[in-house]
Design a binder for this molecule. Structure first.
Ligand SMILES: *[C@@H]1O[C@H](CO)[C@@H](O)[C@H](O)[C@H]1NC(C)=O
Ligand SMILES: *[C@@H]1O[C@H](CO)[C@@H](O)[C@H](O)[C@H]1NC(C)=O
Length: 321
């Protein structure tokens, strides 16, 4: 069994060099903290859909949504209904009030407000805020109105201790729904002359209990004009890959658990008995092939070493089991 012995030596040589790189070799991650990452979201540049990458990224296992008004932690994603839930740390809730500059979506981002969102502007200046001046006849369409039907929401919010302690007249509270946000999708509190806001997307079935409302912002997203899920990506995800893109034309790639990128899916990694399928996907040349050992030429880059060694480890495990 001499060939096997030299093969093992080589295996150790390669794996020792590249072991530090082996930790999480999949370029595009499939989770960020507790949140599963699926199309169109990705963990970083080259991952997910290029239209979304700019706005949503994973840093230090924290999934963050970015707009021109700030960075917001993503709390959940409903992939079935295409809704992403975020929180705004500067937002007031039943438990805590604080000053805020507001919230806005970038006009060119593939997101819009979910209909379930309710925003309440708090502590708006009755004398100078445009929300109270908007009833003048000639300019009424330029500025939003407070939703008078939402007045009860203000009453409930005022039952929260934190908000009642602000000691403000309830007339300075304005319920503001996304339809009113205007074409710039902007809730600019400085312009509106309000000192803070609160937002929630669910009453949790307890309209009368603002303590249990779900505070945060729900945003809808659309993949593209037809909102269809690319089938190439579905296959990639089914095979434990993560969808990404590369090159000048943002061509689809599937980032596989071993660190290899393919143009299809990662099923080849699960079926190692089917060695010929693997070969076209590798840029490394096969120098020598015996029935017990495959020797790849060792390319100089660390990235390639990672590919080779992780594949060799899998071969080694299968052949020795
Ligand atoms: C795989 O694709 C990702 C995303 O485009 C890229 O960052 C990474 O460098 C690629 N890896 C290899 C080995 O080509
Ligand atoms: C209408 O509103 C806009 C923005 O609020 C303001 O710039 C403009 O001067 C107003 N026009 C009139 C006639 O008041």
């Amino acid at each position: 069994m001499k060939p096997k012995h030299s093969c093992i030596t080589l295996f150790f040589f390669i794996s020792t060099i590249s072991l530090p790189f082996l930790v999480s070799s999949q370029t595009c991650q499939r989770t960020c903290g507790q949140i599963p990452l699926k199309y169109p979201f990705g963990s970083g540049p080259g991952c997910g859909d290029p239209r979304f990458q700019k706005y949503v990224t994973c840093n230090d296992q924290k999934f963050t949504f970015t707009t021109h008004t700030g960075c917001y932690p993503v709390t959940n994603i409903d992939y079935t209904n295409h809704v992403i839930y975020i929180t705004d740390p500067s937002m007031s809730t039943c438990a805590c009030t604080q000053p805020s500059k507001g919230f806005g979506l970038d006009w060119d981002a593939p997101f819009s407000f979910h209909d379930d969102n309710v925003f309440t502007l708090l502590d708006c200046s009755i004398n100078s805020s445009p929300i109270y001046k908007s009833n003048n006849a000639y300019n009424s369409s330029a500025v939003p109105f407070c939703d008078k039907k939402g007045a009860s929401i203000c009453s409930f919010l005022y039952s929260c201790r934190a908000i009642s302690m602000l000691n403000l007249p309830i007339s300075t509270c304005c319920v503001y729904t996304p339809v009113d946000l205007g074409p710039s999708f902007e809730m600019d509190l400085q312009k509106l002359q309000c000192s803070s806001y609160s937002g929630f997307y669910s009453f949790s079935g307890q309209d009368y209990n603002p303590e249990n409302w779900k505070y945060g912002i729900a945003l809808k997203y659309k993949f593209n004009v037809y909102n269809d899920y690319p089938s190439s990506c579905a296959n990639c995800e089914k095979s434990n890959g993560a969808c990404g893109y590369s090159g000048a034309y943002d061509t689809f790639i599937c980032s596989c658990p071993s660190g290899v990128n393919t143009t299809t899916d990662c099923y080849f990694e699960a079926s190692f008995n089917n060695a010929p399928r693997l070969l076209p996907l590798q840029t490394e040349k096969v120098l020598l092939q015996s029935d017990r050992c495959i020797l790849f030429s060792i390319s100089t880059t660390a990235g390639r070493l990672v590919h080779i060694s992780s594949i060799l480890i899998k071969y080694y495990r299968i052949w020795n089991s």
